[in-house]
Design a protein around this ligand. Structure first.
Ligand SMILES: [Zn+2]
Length: 91
């Protein structure tokens, strides 16, 4: 019969038992968007807490940033075109 070569150290044994008490965390759903949510935390998906909007989520901020960047680029382009047209008139 195969027998272990060495005694398992206390540390090894206890680290195995450390997993014994892990529990699945309790979680609910966001009232606004039905996203899975840990209790007493703001919804990261829609920024709601207890049915009220308390912050703008990361995705919304990113979308807004992208929009402002695009409008800035567009205005810059029209400005450049106007400048070029003026220069060509002057020549
Ligand atoms: Zn939500």
């Amino acid at each position: 019969m195969p027998v272990p070569k060495r005694k398992r150290s206390r540390a090894r044994r206890d680290s195995r038992h450390a997993n014994k008490f892990i529990k699945v965390k309790s979680f609910g759903a966001c009232k606004n968007c039905e996203e899975a949510l840990l209790p007493h935390q703001v919804c990261k998906n829609c920024g709601h807490y207890k049915g009220k909007k308390v912050m703008t989520p990361k995705t919304e901020r990113a979308a807004k940033r992208l929009q402002t960047r695009q409008t800035q680029a567009a205005s810059r382009q029209t400005r450049m075109q106007a400048q070029q047209a003026e220069e060509s008139k002057a020549e």
